[in-house]
Design a protein around this ligand. Structure first.
Ligand code: ADP
Ligand code: MG
Length: 212
């Protein structure tokens, strides 16, 4: 069951107004529990079932912290598959409608390199992508994370299952040490603890059992 109202969370008013336009009137439980911690700038490990609204939880957090006038990559969202990356990018664009000129770029394996390289030259505020392709762009010097504020691992359990641990560790090495790290997952395999130890500082763990 929804447990709270968006108005009780100190999100930027433009983001709240847009949520009402989108028909989101109440926070889901994972949103109500994780957003205040995310807005406070803490690292978060959040676990909640599929369909519980995890995308909006981390997306609202990263959009709240985004400086739209600074045209640099400020947030990176890593997803296990291209389909998920496309869904997340779509949701971020909907939630970002309230803020003018937010550029969200998706970078996934399986897509031709040429257009991705051209898009990277144009720049973006937010990048959503799959680990292998992001690592590739980083290694070739086409993508800089020097201005990164928020790193999100979405469906971290699936990324680990798919054998991305080493790739993720290599991406972490390209991130500035001072950043916020948000790890979202439907399940909590032991490997998540070792992964989080690599990248997180005193993370707050939030676990929600119900779907809504
Ligand atoms: P998860 O990542 O936890 O599996 P999603 O983030 O994909 O779940 O959300 C599932 C659906 O719920 C999406 O269609 C999303 O737009 C919708 N949704 C998320 N938060 C809310 C909310 N607060 N009110 C209404 N719908 C929401
Ligand atoms: Mg999800």
């Amino acid at each position: 069951m929804p447990t709270d109202n968006f108005n009780t969370i100190p999100l930027k008013p433009a983001l709240i107004d847009n949520l009402q336009t989108l028909g989101y009137q109440q926070l889901t439980t994972i949103q109500a529990e994780s957003l205040p911690v995310i807005l406070a700038g803490k690292d978060v490990i959040a676990q909640a079932k599929t369909g519980s609204g995890k995308t909006a939880a981390f997306s609202l957090g990263l959009l709240h912290h985004l400086q739209e006038k600074k045209f640099r990559v400020q947030a990176l969202v890593l997803c296990p598959t291209r389909e998920l990356a496309d869904q997340v990018a779509k949701e971020i664009r909907r939630l970002a409608r309230a803020i003018h000129n937010i550029k969200v770029l998706t970078l996934c394996g399986g897509s031709p390199m040429g257009p991705q390289i051209a898009s990277l030259e144009h720049g973006a505020h937010i990048i959503v992508g799959t680990p292998g392709r992001i690592e590739d762009h980083l290694k070739k010097g086409r993508l800089s994370l020097a201005n990164l504020q928020t790193l999100v691992l979405d469906e971290a359990d699936r990324m680990l299952e798919m054998g991305f641990e080493e790739t993720l560790t290599s991406i972490f090495a390209s991130c500035p040490s001072k950043k916020q790290c948000l790890l979202f997952s439907a399940t909590f395999p032991k490997q998540i603890v070792s992964l989080s130890e690599h990248i997180m500082v005193d993370p707050v763990t939030i676990k929600v059992e119900s779907t809504h």
